[in-house]
Write a protein that binds this ligand. Structure first.
Ligand code: NAD
Ligand code: MG
Length: 393
């Protein structure tokens, strides 16, 4: 499973889950540029079914999955290629993620909606190219255990974790002093508290260096994205929160670093473009000619780093706390954040209320040190309802 093929007549078969999103569409670019080494065997989307159909006509996958049943029933599928099988409803994701004809699952669905299919892929022992960081934030301990039991491989797509994964090849895990996650700082890096209170949805959706889906763009503005990435790193690399640091790096060129015990720091650099970490994960263990722009060494390059301001960006402390406590803390901050971001995008919550809402829900929840998968699903629903109550209060 997940074997590398050099033979274009037997390409690596990729299930692109979340194919109409920012990561999914970048992945389709990477696959198209792979000279037949990679083949999109399945494409999924939730509601942008016109985009899904357009991609299916171009790529001709074996399966097309439309997860929102009502939207799928209303949609006109007449132009779907004849040899493309249409599957509808969320359960189809799990069926395809574990299917024997799939080599690698690209988990690029946004939010906790990506958990079940990622779980199914890990359960089937697949290679999982993981963009959906929420899966590890919610259930990192359980997913890691399952991956070991089933022989599944998790390859990070998140640019910071991809950088760390690459930098970890320079030493042994026991020789690592700390992982240094870089953060662009988002659009409000230099704003004071008064200005932050007035942030509009449009301002929060305009990221200075990365072009991403709306939820992660808002998360990058609150630095909740970095908080989630601290938890993601904790489970992906098995290092405690005390050995994870965050540095603000506005240029988004250094994607993260590993500091070894001898003081050597190994970093991965490239222009901010998700096609490189996606390509690295899909083509792993090979490196292939660039599909994304590369650094221009004829130009002046300035790299700045500064420690984050925990007062203006309190999300970071929540991330460290969830990474330290483990258990049910991750699912609660993740679900509370998804609900709070939804409320912000609908104009029901101020920008500066997103993180306090999450902190309040985390504070009031009944901590469980080792929740089961069922308990994680229940806590996810509970935390979302708590945010609604918080907004109404
Ligand atoms: P996006 O909003 O652009 O796309 C999300 C995709 O998920 C779409 O294809 C959509 O149809 C699908 N989807 C949405 N709700 C769904 C549901 N309920 N059930 C099934 N499918 C559903 O998101 P994105 O920016 O591409 O991010 C995807 C994931 O990758 C997130 O977990 C994000 O944190 C992570 N990530 C994204 C980037 C980036 O540059 N965009 C970088 C690193 C990590
Ligand atoms: Mg990232």
């Amino acid at each position: 499973m997940g074997q590398i093929s050099e033979d274009p007549s037997s390409p690596k078969r990729i299930a692109v889950l979340g194919a109409t999103g920012s990561v999914g569409l970048s992945a389709l670019d990477v696959i198209a540029a792979s000279r037949g080494r990679l083949k999109a065997i399945a494409l999924s989307a939730h509601r942008r079914l016109d985009e899904l159909l357009r991609r299916a006509i171009a790529v001709k996958p074996k399966w097309v999955i439309a997860t929102d049943q009502q939207a799928a029933d209303r949609f006109n599928w007449r132009r779907l290629p004849g040899d493309c099988q249409l599957l509808t409803g969320p359960e189809a994701l799990e069926e395809i993620a574990g299917h024997e004809d799939v080599d690698t699952v690209l988990a690029a669905i946004v939010g906790s909606a990506g958990l079940r299919s990622t779980w199914a892929a890990v359960d089937a022992g697949k290679t999982v190219a993981l963009a959906n960081k929420e899966t590890l934030v919610i259930g990192g301990a359980l997913v890691g255990k399952l991956a070991t039991e089933r022989g599944a491989t998790l390859l990070p797509v998140d640019s910071e974790h991809s950088a760390i994964y690459q930098a970890l090849k320079c030493g042994h895990l026991c020789e690592v002093a700390r992982l240094v996650l870089t953060a662009s700082g988002g659009p409000f890096r230099t704003w004071d508290m008064d200005a932050l209170r007035q942030v509009t949805v449009d301002e929060a959706l305009a990221h200075p260096t990365w072009d991403m889906g709306p939820k992660i763009t808002v998360d990058s503005a609150t630095l909740m994205n970095k908080a989630l990435e601290i938890v993601e790193a904790r489970w992906l690399f098995g290092l405690p929160a005390e050995r994870i640091a965050v540095m603000i790096h506005p240029q988004s060129i250094v994607h993260s670093m590993v500091e070894y015990v001898d003081g050597a720091v190994i970093a991965q650099l490239s222009p901010p473009d998700m096609r490189l970490p996606i390509q690295y994960a899909l083509e792993y263990p090979h490196r292939r000619p660039a599909v994304a722009p590369t650094l221009d060494w004829s130009e002046r390059l300035t790299l700045e780093f500064e420690p984050p301001d925990f007062e203006r960006f309190p999300a970071l402390e929540l991330g460290f706390r969830a990474a330290r406590e483990g258990g049910s803390a991750g699912v609660v901050i993740n679900a509370a954040n998804e609900a709070a971001v939804g409320q912000f995008l609908e104009g029901e919550l101020h920008f500066t209320e997103i993180v306090p809402a999450c902190a309040s829900v985390l504070e009031s929840h009944h901590f469980s040190p080792s929740p089961t998968l069922d308990e994680l699903h229940q806590l996810d629903g509970w935390a979302r309802r708590e945010v609604e109550n918080w907004v109404c209060a």
